[in-house]
Design a protein around this ligand. Sequence first.
Ligand SMILES: CC(C)(COP(=O)(O)OP(=O)(O)OC[C@H]1O[C@@H](n2cnc3c(N)ncnc32)[C@H](O)[C@@H]1OP(=O)(O)O)[C@@H](O)C(=O)NCCC(=O)NCCS
Length: 255
Amino acid sequence: MNVQLVKLHQHDELIDIAVKILNDQWPRSKIARLHSLSDSRDDFPCCLLLIAKDNQQKSVVIGHSKLARVHGKSKSLFIENVVIDKGKRGLGFGRKLMELSEDYAHKQGFEDIYLSTHDKCKFYEHLGYCYTCAVSPVRANAKLLTPDQFSALQHHFGGKTDGISKQSLQNDDFAQKDGEDIHLQTIAIAESNHYTDTVIQQMIGTLPAANIEETVHTKLIPPAPPPVPPPPQPRFEKDQSNMRQEIQYWMMKQL
Ligand SMILES: CC(C)(COP(=O)(O)OP(=O)(O)OC[C@H]1O[C@@H](n2cnc3c(N)ncnc32)[C@H](O)[C@@H]1OP(=O)(O)O)[C@@H](O)C(=O)NCCC(=O)NCCS
């Protein structure tokens, strides 16, 4: 069968069937699923659909994958939500979806692809992936800041929070986007410290400077302690086997 890979955000008419294929495998509310799929864009995260044409030349969606950038690795992508429609598995489409997704990434100039899985290691090994250490995909709501913006953020928090200076020293990784350097690790910093959009915007000077110090101080007040965890439950054989299945493995392949 003749199949091809298309970008979801260029085929709005296919979004409902993409929701169905994903939700058949990993049930979520339709609204939540639509929300995450609607983040798809050319500069990542990018949702890809494996499609074929039926007799009437209508597109039939066979599978889905999502490519995202990786924190601190400007030449890498992360592939997730890899799924083939339930009725079409075991026919070679999973391999095709992975190969076309890898080809797409390679043509965009990326050098490797990472993923995580708990139960499909053999499938990915079979396709040439090997085990590696954990990486962190860049989520759609992450902030991409320029080095100047990053410096402004550092300046305002410098000496006050260890997290910023440590992370910036360890991960000095830049990417090119529209001819502008982007400091990928800044995203991790902003996310790990739970700064809101508004605070980040104030840090980078898009809002009046007068508000900055006040906001910084407000945000530096330590958050309320987490609720006391419930007492441990007795473990039964069944629970333990479930826990074993949930171990996460990280794999990567050079393109
Ligand atoms: C995993 C999945 C994408 C594979 O798609 P598929 O269409 O069934 O796989 P294919 O038929 O293309 O198989 C490709 C190759 O992988 C092998 N393979 C497939 N599943 C495998 C598995 N679980 N373990 C080992 N090998 C496997 C096949 O034998 C085949 O080998 P070949 O090309 O040398 O003949 C599909 O089963 C699926 O959607 N599963 C549910 C969602 C999921 O678990 N996704 C992964 C999240 S990490």
